[in-house]
Design a binder for this molecule. Structure first.
Ligand SMILES: Cc1cc2nc3c(=O)[nH]c(=O)nc-3n(C[C@H](O)[C@H](O)[C@H](O)COP(=O)(O)OP(=O)(O)OC[C@H]3O[C@@H](n4cnc5c(N)ncnc54)[C@H](O)[C@@H]3O)c2cc1C
Length: 332
């Protein structure tokens, strides 16, 4: 049952930041994640500060330099369907289209998607785990089949957002506003690694809000794509996935970002895969080599070893698809 809380409906962003200074205040966007956490007693809130009434937080516009600015309250559906998002950044439109179900995409927002809490069943369940201020991660000796392969340190969750890996691949930034003013943070630096603080998901300070997400103009010859594997063909989180952003000169990879989803407590940039393909002509052999490099340093837990070949296969397939789509012989 939901414990009682106060409900604030600020009209502008400054008022929202001011209300977030109240004791026990939390941001409410679409509520698809937050209300479940409150109902299940994962944590509590004394005040919910709704962004639904704050002007100017939704919508997608050009940044004047060939990129896009996406308001934090823009729904996931709007992103998935927006013609410019689809044209400029297929990886982002595809990732948005993979979030949950149509209902969740209509209600959920991009800001909420980036700041959502992890899905670990120990964290969500009745366990005093490290992330909730306890002393241990129950996944270490427990049911860890959906936990991480990389970056675990003390807590072994996987980061749940589909859009975050896509935005890391695109080198996007978030613009925030908080009690200490506004700042820009690369999405690649937004999420907190457990080695630094296992009780926080993001580097946002108390009372700091994501206001908008800025996606830079696509690089010349950008090929981008998102792939997600889940345990069933209905709404679910990624057990493995990847976001690719490859700047191609013909079939040669000029520059690249390869970001793994469902692999680590934060969107996981595979520097090994990037290094394997950067500056080279992408073909099937190189795709297999890069996919092997991406999982070489994986540290599987007792029950998630199956994820190693799964990631290798997913990445190889996606890099092969990229190679085929840029091969003029195959396109004609
Ligand atoms: C059944 C189910 C399936 C799901 N499947 C997926 C999935 O496949 N992929 C996926 O990525 N997600 C999934 N989700 C998670 C979630 O619904 C979505 O990520 C959604 O986009 C969250 O957005 P929201 O606006 O509803 O966030 P809310 O629930 O309102 O907020 C989520 C968190 O972010 C904080 N927050 C919200 N907006 C801001 C902001 N602007 N600045 C700072 N903090 C903020 C809130 O305080 C809260 O802690 C699923 C959820 C459910 C219940």
């Amino acid at each position: 049952m939901l414990a009682p809380f106060a409900y604030a409906r600020p009209e502008d962003i400054q008022e929202a930041v001011a209300r977030l200074a109240d004791r026990g205040a939390r941001v409410l966007a679409g509520g698809t994640d937050l209300l479940g956490c409150l109902r299940d007693d994962v944590f509590s809130a004394e005040t919910l500060v709704s962004l639904g009434t704050v002007a100017g937080l939704s919508g997608i516009r050009g940044d004047g330099e060939g990129g896009l600015v996406i308001g934090a309250m823009t729904t996931i559906s709007e992103m998935a369907e927006h013609p410019e998002v689809r044209r400029l950044y297929p990886v982002l439109a595809q990732a948005a289209g993979e979030v949950g179900s149509p209902q969740l995409r209509n209600q959920g927002t991009l800001g909420g998607n980036l700041c959502q809490k992890p899905r670990c069943w120990y964290y969500r369940g009745d366990f005093p785990c490290l992330r909730k201020g306890g002393h241990k991660c129950f996944a270490v000796n427990g049911e860890n089949q959906y936990h991480c392969l990389f970056g675990g340190a003390s807590c072994f969750i996987v980061h749940p957002s589909d859009t975050a890996p896509a935005l890391v691949a695109l080198d996007a930034e978030v613009q925030t506003l908080g009690p200490r003013g506004s700042r820009r943070i690369p999405v690649a630096g937004l999420h907190m690694p457990p080695a630094e603080d296992p009780t926080r998901e993001t580097v946002l300070e108390p009372g700091e809000l994501v206001v908008e997400i800025r996606v830079p103009a696509p690089a010349d010859g950008l090929y981008s794509a998102y792939r997600k594997v889940r345990t069933r063909r209905a709404w679910d989180f990624a057990i493995a996935g990847c976001a690719l952003a490859l700047a191609m000169d013909g079939q040669r990879v000029r520059d690249c970002r390869v970001v793994l989803a469902g692999a680590a407590p934060i969107p996981w940039r595979s520097r090994e895969a990037e290094e394997a393909i950067r500056g080279k002509v992408l073909d099937g052999g190189l795709a297999a080599q890069a996919a092997g490099a991406a999982v070489a340093a994986a540290l599987p837990m007792s029950k998630n070893g199956y994820k190693v070949p799964l990631f290798r296969g997913v990445l190889e397939e996606e890099l092969r698809r990229a190679a085929e789509s840029t091969d003029p012989a195959r396109r004609s």
